[in-house]
Design a protein around this ligand. Sequence first.
Ligand code: HSE
Length: 401
Amino acid sequence: MVQVAILGYGTVGSGVYEVLKTNRDSIKEKAGDEICVKYVLDLRDFPGDPVEEVLVHDYEVIVNDPEVDIVVEVMGGIEPAHTFAKRALEAGKSVATSNKAMVAQCGQELCKIAREKNINFLFEASCGGGIPIIRPLYHALTAEVIDEITGILNGTTNYMLYKMSTEGSDFDEVLKEAQAKGYAEADPTADIEGHDVCRKIAILSSIAYGKFINYEDIPTEGITKITAVDMKYAKELGMAIKLLGTSRREGDQVYALVAPYLVGPSSQLYSVNDVFNGIFVHGNMLGDAMFYGSGAGKLPTASAVTADIIEEAKNLHKNVTYGLSEENMQLMSVDNVVGRYFVRFQGTEAEAESVFGPLDHVMDQIEEGEIGFVTGQMSFGEYQKKAEELGRIVQMIRVKD
Ligand code: HSE
């Protein structure tokens, strides 16, 4: 029997408990042994819940129990999650986690300890919820030189943008809905300010390009500045506003960015709606590939965590951790990245044209006192200079070509 301890009985933790119970027989067959939850750690009590039988409040019970083979860290946040995961690995227990903040910040260190101890640190659920993406990047796409990863990587904000666009919902109201559905982080600032996507694209890019990318080096914008008026312009353009995490190879350099984008119907990401996530990968041999599925929520995320538990149960004393490189990558500046920009400007077309040159899709009917337009191709640095020269710009959203 393989004994597991789950740290945190929140949305994901209770989901893992449920998946292990519901699919007990098929999991036993696949793991080659029974997987049994010996402990669940939480500060709270859960009167009447069957979890009471295995509930503990003290981590020392878990880390000092030699019968515990696998520790499942689904508490979220950096501390005490990081200390608990590190101590578990040092005690020879494999760790499975959905905690993207911890993986992005401490993943290099935790992978190293797992390698040294010949055990495993796995984090499939940290990116894309239930979508298999980390294993495919390590295994199925290992022959590729990856040129680009662009993803809708946050279920909460995708749900919000979709509802704002289709139902005209209010930002705060729809955020509350996403929280009630168990999509959002404990502090939803991480979702709406793009921090969650930033961690996820840092992890995926580190795997795809083979060197560790520090999430703090990735320029990040969230969706808090997106308004109902922007949605009207997007509709007029026949496009959708999506929060994207993107990284791309340009020559021998890589850039990464998190920002809202206008996405047209020719992109595979255009119809990734509601809480779903979509991750577009371009490989030099493969061409385009698209990974799609439930990006947040209790059971999809728990399913991915449980897959890691099964893999760890099958490899109790063998390191199969794909790992995060110990070498760091220096990202290129996004100022040098070329693109087109949707702009809302409180002035005339002639004024805008005098600075930006020929404009596309000029719209003067959407909001009084302003026009909207799309610029030609230019680097972000060039855009910034022109925007400063022109002034009176009330909004800019990048266009995904
Ligand atoms: N808050 C995250 C999201 C949870 O909305 O995508 C899954 O990582």
